[in-house]
Design a binder for this molecule. Structure first.
Ligand SMILES: Cc1cc2nc3c(=O)[nH]c(=O)nc-3n(C[C@H](O)[C@H](O)[C@H](O)COP(=O)(O)OP(=O)(O)OC[C@H]3O[C@@H](n4cnc5c(N)ncnc54)[C@H](O)[C@@H]3O)c2cc1C
Length: 367
C-alpha cells in the first residue's frame, strides 16, 4: 500500500503519546506505512514514569497513575493485549487529614479506592509495548512538526529536525493537545476559524498540574496502620497516595501539588523542602530522607501545556464538540487526542478509544 510514496508515508502521525501510538500500531497492523514524529526526546507525552537511573527499575508515575478496568473496557482490552498486569491501588489503613492551621494532622478512616488500579511497570510500560509493535524506522523523536500544508495530492509537514525537514503523507493525524496544535503549528491554508476557536477552547486534562514523588527504602507508613493517603489544605501537597510496588518494593508516595504554576516556578528552591516538611508532619521523621525525590511540573512542558491551560481553573474533561472529530481538508487531516474521545475524554481510556476510532476512519479513506 505504501508503494506510491517511496520516500514518504501513507500516514504521518504528529505526537507520540498514547493516542498517536495507538493510531500508529493499528494503522501499521492494517498494512499502512506510518511515521510518528514526536517533539520530545521520548515517546509517551503525558504518560511518563520515573525509573532508577542506574538499574532502570520502574519507580513511579509522573503523569497518569490510575486505570479503572471494570469501567474502562478499552484500557482493559489494550493492557491485556500488551501483556501488562494491573495492581490495585494500596489503600489499607488510615488517611492523614492535614487541615488544621494549629495542631497536628489527624487520622481518619476514609472510603477506599476500590476499582483504582496501577499498571505494573508504570504507564511508560504501555508506551514501550506499543512502540515495540512498530518498526523502529517509523518513530522519530526530537522532531517537532511546525507547519502543516495542504498540497494537491499530499499533506506536507515541516519539522524542526534538520535531518528530516519535511515529510509528505496522504493522511496526517494530529495527535497533540488541541491547544498546542492550534497555537504552535502553522496551518496552511489557515483552518476554519470555528475549528481553531474550538481547539483553543478545549482544555488539556491535567496539563497545568504538578506531581511530586518520594521514594524510600521501605513503606514505613504501612507499619503504622497508615494508607499513605493525605488530604490537605496545609501543605504544597493537596492529596497524596501510596505509590509502592504491590509488596512494598519499591516504596513510594506521590502527591499532587496545589501551588499554582507561578508560585511553583518562583519558589522552586523551597518547594521540595516544603513538601518534605509536610510529609514529616504527616508520616513522621522517616519521611525526611527519601532515596529519590522528583517533581514533575507539566505546566513547564510546552508540548502539552499552553499559557491558557495555566491561567484557567482546572475543569473536569467535558465531551468535546463533534466538529473537532470531523476530518479536515477534505478528509485528509484528522485530530486525535484523549480530550476528543466520546468515552472517558481526557483519560487513558479516552486515548485508546479515540486512537482506535481515528485509525479506523483513516484506514477506511485509504482503501
Ligand atoms: C499529572 C497527570 C495525571 C494524570 N492522571 C491520570 C490518571 O490517573 N488516569 C488517566 O486515565 N489519565 C490521567 N491523566 C491523563 C492522561 O495522561 C492522558 O489522558 C493521556 O496520556 C493522553 O494521551 P494523548 O496521547 O492523547 O496526549 P499527550 O500524552 O498529551 O500526547 C501528545 C504528544 O504530542 C507531542 N507533541 C506536541 N506538539 C508536537 C509537535 N508540534 N510535533 C510533534 N509532537 C508534538 C507531545 O510531546 C506528546 O508526546 C493524567 C495526566 C497528567 C498530566
Amino acid at each position: 500500500m505504501s508503494g506510491s510514496l517511496p520516500d514518504d508515508t501513507e500516514v504521518l502521525i504528529i505526537g507520540g503519546g498514547l493516542t498517536g501510538l495507538t493510531c500508529a500500531v493499528l494503522l501499521h497492523e492494517a498494512g499502512h506505512s506510518v511515521i510518528v514524529v514526536e517533539a520530545a526526546d521520548r515517546l509517551g507525552g503525558r504518560a511518563h514514569s520515573l525509573r532508577n537511573p542506574v538499574s532502570n527499575v520502574y519507580l513511579a508515575d509522573l503523569g497518569p497513575t490510575w486505570i479503572w478496568p471494570e469501567a474502562q473496557p478499552f484500557a482493559a482490552h489494550w493492557l491485556q493485549a500488551l501483556g501488562l498486569g494491573l495492581t490495585p491501588q494500596f489503600d489499607t489503613g488510615d488517611t492523614i487529614v492535614d487541615m488544621a492551621t494549629h495542631g497536628s494532622p489527624t487520622r481518619h478512616r476514609l472510603p477506599g479506592m476500590d476499582g483504582s488500579y496501577r499498571v505494573d511497570g508504570g504507564t511508560t510500560a504501555i508506551v514501550e509495548r506499543l512502540a515495540k509493535r512498530l518498526p523502529g524506522s517509523a518513530i522519530r523523536t526530537g522532531t517537532r512538526a511546525n507547519r502543516i500544508a495542504c498540497e494537491a495530492e499530499t499533506i506536507k509537514v515541516s519539522t524542526d529536525n534538520i535531518a528530516l525537514p519535511a515529510i509528505r503523507a496522504r493522511r496526517v493525524i494530529v495527535a497533540t493537545p488541541l491547544r498546542v496544535a492550534a497555537s504552535a503549528m502553522n496551518w496552511w491554508p489557515a483552518l476554519d476559524s470555528r475549528v481553531t476557536h474550538l481547539m483553543e477552547a478545549t482544555p488539556t486534562w491535567m496539563a497545568a498540574q504538578a506531581k511530586a514523588v518520594a521514594i524510600y527504602d521501605k513503606p514505613f507508613w504501612r507499619s503504622k496502620g497508615l494508607s499513605g493517603r493525605i488530604a490537605s489544605r496545609m501543605g504544597p501537597l493537596i492529596e497524596a497516595h501510596d505509590h509502592s510496588g504491590e509488596l512494598g518494593d519499591p516504596a513510594g508516595l506521590f502527591g499532587f501539588i496545589g501551588w499554582p504554576r507561578q508560585a511553583r516556578h518562583i519558589n522552586a528552591n523551597i518547594l521540595q523542602s516544603a513538601i518534605i516538611t509536610q510529609l514529616v508532619r504527616c508520616f513522621g521523621e522517616e519521611a525526611r530522607t527519601p532515596d529519590y525525590f522528583h517533581i514533575e511540573d507539566w505546566a513547564e512542558n510546552i508540548f502539552v501545556c499552553t499559557p491558557t491551560d495555566v491561567t484557567e481553573p482546572p475543569q473536569h474533561p467535558q465531551l468535546a464538540p463533534s466538529l473537532l472529530r470531523k476530518a479536515l481538508w477534505g478528509g485528509r487531516v484528522f485530530l486525535a487526542v484523549a480530550e476528543l474521545a466520546t468515552v472517558s475524554p481526557g483519560l487513558i481510556e479516552g486515548a485508546f478509544h479515540i486512537g482506535s476510532e481515528v485509525a479506523k476512519s483513516v484506514s477506511a479513506t485509504l482503501r
